[in-house]
Design a protein around this ligand. Sequence first.
Ligand code: SF4
Length: 372
Amino acid sequence: MTKKPPSYSFSRLDLFGRCPFAFQKIYVEKIPRAASDALITGSTVHEVVASYLEHLIQHSLVTDWAWAEKQGFIDVPADVPEIWSRFYNNFILPPGMEAPEVEKKLAFTRAWEPTEFFAPDAYFRLVVDLTYRQGGLAVITDWKSNRVVPATVEKDLQLRIYGWGVQQALYPDAQEILLRLHFLRYSAEREILLLPEDLSTVPQELEAKIAVIEAEKHFDPKPGSFCGWCGVTAHCPVMAQALVPVEVLAPATREQAEKAATLLLTLQNLEKELAARLKEWVRDQGAIQVGDLIYGPSIATSYDLDPRAVVQFLLEAGLERETVWPLLNLTKTGLERGLKKLRRQDLLGQVLANATAKTTERIDFRKAKEEL
Ligand code: SF4
């Protein structure tokens, strides 16, 4: 049987840049990627938004809140329903959309000619969330589930790939491409106009990146801030050295969980010692870089605010008394300490009895009593 030729996408190139080892595990060895909340949230909201758009386009509607409210979610992170509700409550299908396409699958051959998405000669693939024409303008919308909305948008390779792919495969005569990023968590949008000169070098840039991947022999792990998201941590030699057997990393039985807890306790103690010595070292010798993270001193500013002066100032500035008090963020520990200093701990019980109690779950080590 002949081996299937490799094919690429922006996310594959991006993964290789972040960690060649993770790239090899996921795309060459086809090891299933462990799902993270961020991945599930992203894919679930993309799916429901795409179904909604198809429904609106098919029925020539600009919104359909009744349809949107009926969408249910099972076993998804808690932020999914919130993101969805924010989206459909704020979104209106843009007017004057010509030939709209939702979740449009595009593919290109090695010669960068359009081909079928699943064709054997498909070499580079991309999926465009929403695209349509408005006269000479081609519009592309990309849904983002990021937690941060950038102040401005750079014409980075990912966005230029979208622009180039859409122009090449769908609208070769479009003079300009408007790329709109829609941040679903906040219903905020950022736009950028892509011109022919922004797109002309895309195939060469992709070829250069692919050549680096194809010349790679070692696919070494590259630990850094991406480690929490790669989805193949359990297969990673760096993680295995740092920790231990996979069954401790992902316990399935009580016995394994006990081993994991023992290890966690040891690591917590070790972490304190390690951090103390490392802090001394970086104070003396300067910051060090591990992958894309830097460990070293940074300056944080804290303020010793006088509550009486702050309240006075805010009231004089016209704020209502009821809105000012919550800003002072009184904590039980702070109150307890203050009353202790005043030798009036007896008042604490009464204060707490008059307050609304909120309980939150915290999982951590605590002193063992008879409960186990
Ligand atoms: S845990 Fe970090 S170093 Fe290991 S495969 Fe994942 S991203 Fe790479």
